[in-house]
Design a binder for this molecule. Structure first.
Ligand SMILES: Nc1nc2c(ncn2[C@@H]2O[C@H](COP(=O)(O)OP(=O)(O)OP(=O)(O)O)[C@@H](O)[C@H]2O)c(=O)[nH]1
Length: 312
């Protein structure tokens, strides 16, 4: 077995299906021990609750974009994961936040002290087939192009939501001529796509890339995030009102809420679609929501007022 820990970076725009892919891979692990690092866009890391199991080998990084503020935290977390090799960690999955460029993580993996022990096997970039990319600001479209340009394998996900011609048009518009890509639903890639046999001479699917595009910060993208926490249950009527009046400028939100009947719900919206499902109860759990969207003050003021009313 190779001495180096194989690393796969999972990238893609907000809500494209990164956590869905991570969960799929955890279910397909087939005895492999996977380390997972998730990096969310808000100050609270909701993905921590949405990754299937809370695990000792799950490291969460919050508050934004790996590209700038978190670089130090990222490198020390990767080092911590890599040095757990003795505990037989077989592969490390790093989920980037939806507003970061995977090339920033790749750069951290090039640090000599990390490169000596970790081998980047590739960057998987997920693309949400149902998102209207033309509706994004130029800065966000630039970010999406960069995520795709820096991906080794592009997964056109949510192909259940659009027809084949629409997907073909999207591929034409977004992919580079040499982009290696597959279509998927629920990010259900065969595990063999990702976990290469760990032999020293196994080629990784990492390909050569052009110069990375400039770094971006959430503010530079014209975005703002908001995180909200409440120690108790939320008012269901007000929650419905909040969800029903979400302006399209809010690109993504997700959260975990407690209801007065004792249920604990995960809810999220991506590309205008709301989904929710029930989670197991945990002790000392809080209600928390994170939002990211265009930095238009009037919408945020409205949301803050609605959030205040959620405190039952
Ligand atoms: N219909 C459909 N929904 C999907 C598919 N893949 C993921 N979803 C849903 O899309 C939503 C977002 O998926 P996530 O996996 O959380 O997306 P993400 O990229 O991790 O999101 P961020 O980390 O917030 O950027 C969830 O409600 C998923 O259940 C798919 O192929 N089809």
């Amino acid at each position: 077995m190779s001495e180096e820990l194989g690393v796969t970076v999972v990238a893609g725009f907000l809500g494209a299906g990164k956590t869905t892919l991570i969960n799929h891979l955890l279910n397909q692990a087939d005895g492999r021990r996977l380390g997972v690092m998730v990096n969310d866009f808000g100050a609270l890391n909701i993905d921590e609750a949405l990754v299937d199991e809370r695990r000792d080998d799950l490291i969460t990084l919050s508050n934004g974009c790996v590209c700038c503020s978190l670089q130090g935290e990222l490198s020390s977390s990767i080092e911590a994961m890599v040095s757990r090799r003795g505990e037989r960690l077989d592969h490390l999955l790093i989920e980037c936040s939806g507003v970061s460029d995977p090339e920033r993580v790749v750069n951290v993996l090039r640090y000599p002290r990390i490169r000596a022990r970790a081998r980047l096997e590739g960057v998987i970039t997920l693309v949400d087939a149902a998102l209207d990319y033309a509706s994004l600001s130029p800065a966000l479209r630039h970010l999406v192009f960069s995520q795709i340009a820096n991906g080794d394998l592009i997964v056109i996900n949510k192909s259940d939501l659009v027809d084949d011609e629409d997907i073909a048009r999207l591929e034409q518009a977004l992919l580079l001529p040499d982009s290696r890509h597959v279509r998927a639903t629920q990010a259900a890639l065969p595990a063999d796509f990702i976990f290469w046999p760990a032999l020293p001479d196994t080629p990784s699917f990492r390909r050569a890339h052009s110069q990375p595009l400039p770094a971006t910060r959430i503010e530079d993208l014209g975005l703002k995030t908001l995180s909200w926490q409440h120690p108790g249950a939320v008012n269901l009527t007000e929650l419905r009102a909040l969800l029903g009046h979400m302006p399209k400028q809010i690109l993504r939100f997700k959260g975990v809420v407690l209801l007065s009947d004792g249920r604990r719900l995960a809810l999220q919206r991506a590309a205008g679609r709301l989904t929710s499902w029930e989670l197991e109860r945990k002790e000392n759990e809080e209600s928390c929501l994170v939002f990211i969207g265009e930095d238009t003050p009037s919408h945020w003021e409205d949301i803050v007022q609605r959030l205040d009313r959620l405190r039952a």
